[in-house]
Design a protein around this ligand. Structure first.
Ligand code: CP
Ligand code: NVA
Length: 306
């Protein structure tokens, strides 16, 4: 049996594959707009394991599978044996004998790695505490559509050194852009990932300084899923890290604003910015659908089937 192809971090793709995937996502988006009947995953099933909440990830994967002629199964720990302590390795062995791919959203990144190590079928990381690679496919597609190639551009991530920040650090390597990260002390991204990103990534404390000359400004929630009890302390620590009009004014005049959503207006982003002319968050959210369809094609079929 051939080894399945997994997508646990962005670096599971080569740079050439990542670029081809974004182009394919744009083609698939146009095919959908044109009403083309394209069902390359007929009779295929994607199992979606959600140990955290989701709107975009769940709906985009489920709708994408249906549009491709396949089917998606929503599995939560509340009503499967996953929530009653069945080992992840056993769940992987069993699920992967029944379905054609598995998407997992969970806490520890180690869990998706263990699942993948025991799976006969492709495993997709739908967000862990460490990475959110599917979101980056959509973000990179969105930048390409609005501004062209991101290579050589400057991207600024304002906020927590979290899963989104880590995925931007990987994206800087894969897509060859410069990344400035502005975060308060104590909320830095992982040191090993930072070292691996090398000169492409710089961490600053001053959000206004980090925004200077940026082509793209990105932020994310201050308290991620699983950190709800830290919300008040984080709100204090991040008080000066709101992406507002003054911060956007430091970036290039045609800079874009992105946020993976859900957003908290008045916390990490002002209403004026997220609902303003530089914001592309709705295209970004929509592109989850198209980019992940391109990903499913790649992992399940080895690439475009038509
Ligand atoms: N951006 C994102 O992953 O959204 P959901 O949590 O709604 O899936
Ligand atoms: N950093 C956020 C992203 C949500 C899509 C979280 O992990 O909750």
């Amino acid at each position: 049996m051939p080894e399945p192809r997994h997508f646990l971090t962005l670096l599971d793709l080569t740079a050439a594959e990542a670029r081809a995937l974004l182009k394919r996502a744009i083609v698939l988006k146009q095919m959908r707009a044109d009403g083309v009947d394209y069902r390359p995953l007929k009779h295929r099933t994607l199992a979606m394991v959600f140990e955290k909440s989701s709107t975009r990830t769940r709906v985009s994967f489920e709708a994408g599978m249906v549009q491709f002629g396949g089917h998606a199964l929503f599995l939560s720990p509340r009503d499967t044996q996953l929530g009653r302590g069945e080992p992840i390795e056993d769940s992987a062995r069993v699920l992967s004998r029944m379905v054609d791919a598995v998407m997992i959203r969970t806490f520890d990144h180690d869990k998706v790695e263990r699942f993948a190590a025991h799976s006969r079928v492709p495993v997709i990381n739908g967000l862990t505490d460490r990475f959110h690679p599917c979101q980056l496919l959509a973000d990179m597609q969105t930048y390409l559509e609005h501004r062209g190639d991101i290579a050589g551009r400057r991207v600024t991530f304002i906020g927590d050194g979290n899963n989104m920040c880590h995925s931007y650090m990987n994206a800087a390597r894969l897509f060859d852009f410069e990344l400035m990260v502005a975060c308060p002390e104590g909320f830095d991204p992982d040191a090993d990932l930072l070292a691996a990103a090398g000169e492409r990534c710089t961490v600053l404390r001053d959000p206004l300084a980090a925004a200077v000359g940026a082509d793209l400004i990105v932020t994310d929630v201050w308290a991620s899923m699983g950190q709800e009890s830290e919300q008040d302390d984080r709100a204090t620590a991040f008080a000066h890290y709101c992406v507002d009009e003054a911060l956007m004014a430091r970036a290039k005049p045609d800079a874009l604003f992105m946020h993976c959503l859900p957003a908290h207006r008045g916390e990490e982003v002002s209403a004026g910015v997220i609902d303003g002319p530089q914001s592309v968050v709705w295209d970004e959210a929509e592109n989850r659908l198209h980019a992940q369809k391109a990903l499913l094609e790649l992992l399940l079929l080895g690439g475009a089937a038509a």
